[in-house]
Write a protein that binds this ligand. Sequence first.
Ligand code: CP3
Length: 346
Amino acid sequence: MAETKKLLRSLNGETLDVPPIWMMRQAGRYLPEYRATREKAGDFLTLCYTPELAAEVTLQPIRRFGFDAAILFADILLIPDALGLEVGFVKGEGPKLSTVTTEAGLAALGDASGIHATLSPVYETLRILKAELPAETALIGFAGAPWTVATYMIAGHGTPDQGPAHKLKAENRALFEALLQRITDATIEYLSAQVEAGAEVIKLFDSWAGSLQGADFADYSLAPIRAITRALHERHPDVPVIGFPRGTSKENYVSFAKTAGVQAVAIDEHLDAAWAAAELQPLTCVQGNLAPGHMVTGGEALDAEVRRIRETFSKGPHIFNLGHGITPDADPENVARMIAALRASA
Ligand code: CP3
C-alpha cells in the first residue's frame, strides 16, 4: 500500500506540494489544556510516567491543530533518571539533577539493560497513542543526543555555555568519553523499545551541539549519533531518524547530513534557509526553520515567513517546523495561523 502519512513520505525523500507540519514542544505550557493536565499530575516526572496523562497531553495539539505528526510526551532527562540519577523539575527553575563528575559516580550508574524498569510507562504511552491517533498522523519517539544529555548529567542543571561538561572533557577525557558511551548504549536500548512500542520516526535532539568546536563536533555530536543510528537501523532498518545538531556551523551541518546516518536534518532558525535548500536539501530531507518568536508575535509577518520558508524548500523534501521549541508565552491562535498559511500556500 502506498504510504499515506505525509511525514513518512517526506522522510522517504518525496517532495510534496504542501509539506507536513509539526512543532517542537507542541505539547506544552502555551496550551491551557496542557496546564490543566500538568496541574492534575502534580509534578512533571509524574506526568511523563503516567501513560494515560502523557498520551492525553500528546494528543491535545493534534486535536486542536491537526498536525501531521504527534511527538511522544516525555523528556530527554528520563535517561539520566533511568540510569539512577536524581532528577527533578523545579517550577520556574528548570531541571535539577544529581551529577556524574567522578569515576565513582560513573560506576554507580546503572547500565543500559536496566533502564526499562523505569522507562516502561513511556512504552505504554506509545502503545496508547498508536491506538488513538488518527490514521494520517505519524508518531514520533525521541531522545536527547548523548552530548546534550551529558551536559545536564555533568552540570546538574541547564547552562548557557555547557561549561562544566567542557571542563570535565578537558580534565578527564576518559571519564567524559565513558559517560557518553554509557548514555549512547542506554539510548540505543531506549529507542529500540520505543520503536517496538509503536514509534514510527525517531528524533535525536542535540540541543547543545553548537558549543562543540572543531574535532569535538565530529567526536562528541556526530560519532555518538552515528553509533545510535547504526545500531537502531540494524534492528529496525526502516525507521527514519531526524537529527538536530542545533546551533552548529554550516560546515558541520553538511558533514552531519552526509555522515550521521539520519534521514532528515532539523535546522535552527539561525541557519539561512536559502543556503540550507541549496546545500543540505540535495543530501537529505530538511526540517525547519521558522523562528519560534513568530508564535508570540503573529500577524502578517508570520504569514510572510511561512510562505518564504515553504517556497525556499519547495524543490525538495521538507518538513515544516520551528527552528526550536515553542515558548510558554506563545499564542495558540498564531499556531493555527501558521498551519493555515502553510496549507493555503500550495
Ligand atoms: O511536545 C513535545 O515536544 C514533546 C515533549 C518534550 C519535552 N521536552 C517536554 C517538556 C520534548 C521532545 C522535550 C525535549 C527536551 N527536553 C530538550 C530538547 C529540545 C530542546 O528544547 O532543545 C531539552 C534540552 C529538554 C530538557 C528540559 N526539559 C528543560 C531544559 C526543561 C525546562 C525548561 C523548559 O523549556 O521548560 C524541561 C521541561 C519540559 N519538558 C517541559 C515540557 C513540556 C516544561 C515542564 C513543565 O510543564 O513545567
